[in-house]
Ligand binder design. Sequence first.
Ligand code: FE2
Ligand code: FE2
Length: 308
Amino acid sequence: MKLPALQSVTVEILVDNFFDVFEPSRPGIVERVVPGHLKQPLVAAHGLAYFITLKRNGQTTRILMDAANSPLPLFNNLKALEHSVEEIDALFLSHGHPDHYGGLLSFLGLRAPGLPIYIHKESYLPKLLITPRGRIGPWTLPREDLVTAGAQLHENQGPELILDQVLITGTVEATTPYETPLPGAKRLVEGKEEHDCFTDEQALVARVEGRGLVVLGGCSHPGIVNMVKYAQKLTGIKKVAAIIAGLHLTPGGDQLIKQTIAGLKEINPELIVAGHCTGFRALTQLALAFPDNFMVSCVGTKVMIVGG
Ligand SMILES: [Fe+2]
Ligand SMILES: [Fe+2]
């Protein structure tokens, strides 16, 4: 698939699990917010939302990727970072988990009608988790609620070029032997409980002129190495400028963390920015394994990938 070369991609971490004022910046590449300069405080929460700005041929397109776990952090942080819902041209949902769509209907209440939403067909299936602390869910994102709210739904299953600018991968091809589905993840299909292989999770992939791919993941349940390899296969581009994602690694244990780090080393991205569901243990291992190009994704962080 031919992916157009963009002049730049900027990703602002609108909602994520972390905020740490001591995380360093990298001037011109990763800028951290200065709390004293904010109009109101930022809120960290177990949820995800990225405010993505694409520049191509002098034109600007803004995509909201995921809508956090609830309206509270989403609207609070939009305001704190001096953004408004009207700026958003389209919404992309990474997968059907409530920590990614919890603020979606409230967002549509302000931004719809007519907002394009890019979503995998299977994101509407009820999801649940079997955890050591019990059964959680099922959670459902009702399709009819999105239609009633006036969203313009673009549903996919396979890879698609959207807005003439970026690729959404559709169901990710699994090629690594170690990135296997989470044992406790379930979904309901026609009322029957089945193992959730996260066929609904997809990455958003951009290409920046002279820099390579920017791969954005939500929870990366299919495995970040699988996701990046699939993006490389679909686009025919090997070079990876940045991976920005929740990596959901700690629950998989030390072996998975080790193997994923080895897989990422092979991919050799210029920059990895991870947060959300990665888990503290995995974040610390990543920081040790990539001392020069790993950064923690905190709310208010702006990641800039500029062509050249
Ligand atoms: Fe998540
Ligand atoms: Fe998830």
